[in-house]
Ligand binder design. Structure first.
Ligand code: TRP
Length: 366
């Protein structure tokens, strides 16, 4: 790539990010006016227990959207686990653990649909016609696929890894979601889903006369602050720098005691110069301890010890009810299975409908 092309690409992506942000703000207003016009889809790969980064990054936001009256679908993306690792681990336990995390955080199974990939055959069948609508070079250019490939450190890329954005498009399009709450890094996925919807309707739409088979999903960019891990790096399970939703108060205190800080005794909120200290202040603030600057002022020259104490108290107080609910739920496997089965039933009904419309549009409804 030449320099000027490089610059052009950056400029266009800045412009499209600005557009996405502006559009997200419009959607946010529209939700307040008519929440029933929207259906959101979100989801997670069941790779382990959810942590506070997930909670403040996405989970809390889903619950808020649900409570504003938006129909909320939450996908336990079990087939996506086999795209990026050889083994699925203790998958049953992880899937049920994720369901428990969702419910404990406030996803209400009466109003929202929790379901998993492998139980919805018609969703997966959409992958075939969808794959015919994308080119191989397009897949290779997908920034998320590229990033995933880099993260696997040179291991060969599987066919499923290369095509997983198409599978994710099937997730979004089958259930007629028109909003997907995402972080910036997931924007290319959504673009891929929109492209597939457009191309499908262009190629097969004639059969159904101007009647698009698919809705066009849009991103709802989250404004959630980014929490770092306790070592100041990106929060991630594999780095063991997280606080999990399900941890006990003692485990939380222990993890926070080991958090990285710096040697300046006077606590100030300075995200650029003191990212680790600022991160703990942000966490305490998210858990209701006040504005980060205010907390810093209260601590003054109380040092890192006091900062950690205050953060621990705030986290443990904030998460106590969620953790208590989670413990009850985790002890009731039958109930978790019941929730998942009910969600899968609803997901299958919609997926079968969508697949029928797809087959009709393709002239394959013999
Ligand atoms: N890719 C998401 C993750 O890694 C999980 C996911 C799969 C998803 N399909 C989705 C998220 C559809 C939103 C919409 O956590």
């Amino acid at each position: 790539m030449t320099r000027s092309e490089d610059a052009l690409e950056t400029a266009t992506s800045d412009a499209s990010l600005a557009r996405s942000k502006a559009r997200s703000a419009e959607i946010d207003l529209a939700i307040d006016q008519a929440p029933s016009r929207f259906r959101i889809l979100t989801g997670d790969r069941p790779t382990g227990h959810l942590h506070l980064g997930h909670y403040f990054g996405t989970l809390r936001n889903r619950v808020l959207l649900q409570n504003r009256g938006v129909e909320t679908w939450v996908l336990v993306a079990d087939y996506q686990v086999i795209t990026d690792r050889d083994g699925v681990g203790p998958i049953r336990e992880r899937v049920l653990g994720l369901v428990a995390d969702y419910l404990a955080a406030g996803i209400d199974p009466e109003r929202s649909t929790i379901f998993n990939h492998s139980a919805v055959p018609a969703l997966n069948q959409l992958m075939l016609p969808f794959l015919s609508l994308v080119t191989e070079s397009e897949l290779h250019r997908n920034p998320t696929v590229k990033a995933e490939l880099e993260a696997t450190e040179g291991r060969a890329m599987t066919g499923l890894m290369l095509t997983y954005p198409v599978h994710q498009a099937a997730d979004i399009l089958f259930c007629k979601a028109n909003i997907v709450p995402v972080g910036q890094d997931q924007l290319p996925h959504l673009e891929q889903a929109r492209l597939i919807a457009q191309r499908f309707d262009k190629r097969y739409g004639r059969a159904v006369e101007d009647h698009p088979v698919f809705r066009r999903p849009e991103a709802l960019l989250s404004r959630a602050p980014m929490l770092l891990g306790l070592d100041g790096e990106k929060m991630s399970k594999s780095r063991r720098n997280t606080i999990e939703l399900r941890m006990s108060a003692d485990e939380t205190a222990k993890a926070l005691r080991k958090a990285k800080t710096d040697s300046d005794r006077v606590i100030t909120y300075d995200p650029a110069a003191r990212p680790e200290v600022a991160n703990l202040l942000t966490l305490a603030s998210l858990c209701g301890a006040g504005a980060p600057e205010e907390i810093a002022e209260r601590i003054g020259d109380g040092g890192a010890g006091m900062l950690k104490r205050i953060t621990t108290e705030a986290v443990n107080e904030f998460f106590a009810p969620i953790r208590a609910r989670r413990a009850d739920l985790a002890a009731d496997e039958d109930y978790l299975l019941h929730v998942l089965h009910a969600g899968n039933e609803r997901a299958n009904a919609v997926a079968n409908e969508t697949l029928a419309a797809v087959r009709a549009a393709m002239g394959m409804d013999y």
